[in-house]
Design a protein. Sequence first.
Length: 418
Amino acid sequence: MGRLVMKFGGTSVADIERIRNVARHVKREVDAGHEVAVVVSAMAGATNRLVEWCREASVLHDAREYDTVVASGEQVTSGLLAIALQAIGVNARSWQGWQLPIKTSDAHASARILDINGEELIKRFKERKEVAVVAGFQGIYPETARVTTLGRGGSDTSAVAVAAAIRADRCDIYTDVDGVYTTDPRVVPRARRLDKIAFEEMLEMASLGAKVMQVRSIELAMVHQVRVFVRSSFDKPEDIDPHVSPPGSLICDEAEIMEQQVVTGIAFSKDEAQISIRRVQDKPGVAAAIFGPLAEANINVDMIVQVVSADGATTDMTFTVPAAEYERARSTIDQARDKIGYDKLDSATDVAKISVIGIGMRSHAGVAARAFRALADRGINIRAITTSEIKFSLLIDAAYTELAVRTLHSLYGLDKQG
Ligand code: ASP
Ligand code: MG
């Protein structure tokens, strides 16, 4: 017997029929003897509609009232699932964020979870065999007693936080993909589902655009060592044999992964823009003069490459920003031109970032060098490179994204066999 959190996203609870299907998934685990807390999202499309209503009511709206509105989607599904569970003979009750309570910061619309007390849920598992159905995405800021939400995709984070609070053996994320892949299967048909992936690797994959789970939920799982299992919600509950381990990907501590590959996955993003500042003064304070104003403007700078000056007087500084921030970044630099002191700005918006990820890189040399060779053989030029302990990233022309990803995927032995 174990203790489980089961999280279902919007598509899994999109209508009453699917909510009944979810109820049967839950019953299966209860019948197998597990103590279960379920975390649900709003019905697919519901949150978008609520957000839109806020905008329609007033473009500039109070974030506290926005939270009151958008948190309602999860209230509906938590109640409906509790009803559906009771209807098939499973003892269940719903919990809103304020009832548990899930205490958060006061950053309305992007609040952080500070504390959840799981003892009441555990007590009810023991005394009443009661399933807890927790509304995802929402919490409460205790000082003002106002409802908060965790940012879009936040019910993943709710699920991991509840799992930590009740000391669950596992947090199952039921979603519309059956796991985490070595790369996007739409780009590389031979992409493989990973049986296991380490927290650090998943954090990189998620930050770099593999949109399986909210990034914050992985951070939380890593800090609290919550084992997370990503699996498909489309499998019929009746077809699942509770004694056979189902297909999916386990996100866990690296110590739990026996055969560690050097490279685990390849992430990529085409939403990048490159800005190069030519002939900047090579003197103390220049980097601060460039990146200070960008930070103040809340622009997320990613890769930064500074060339070692040849003449000791000037140098070139290249960096990337999200494509959506490109115009703002350019004008921010323009405005600081006198302070920075440079010749001209060059930029490119048709660039892509390819990242190769694997904790095995810590102990293997020459991993990146192989990529440089392989891309050169295909005539792909590398514009910028950054490395960290468990990944390296390359900036290339966007037109070569697919070719580069496929090349590296084969190079590191990630292709599915057969
Ligand atoms: N319903 C919220 C959203 O659509 C939270 C979630 O589904 O994770 O963003
Ligand atoms: Mg989601």
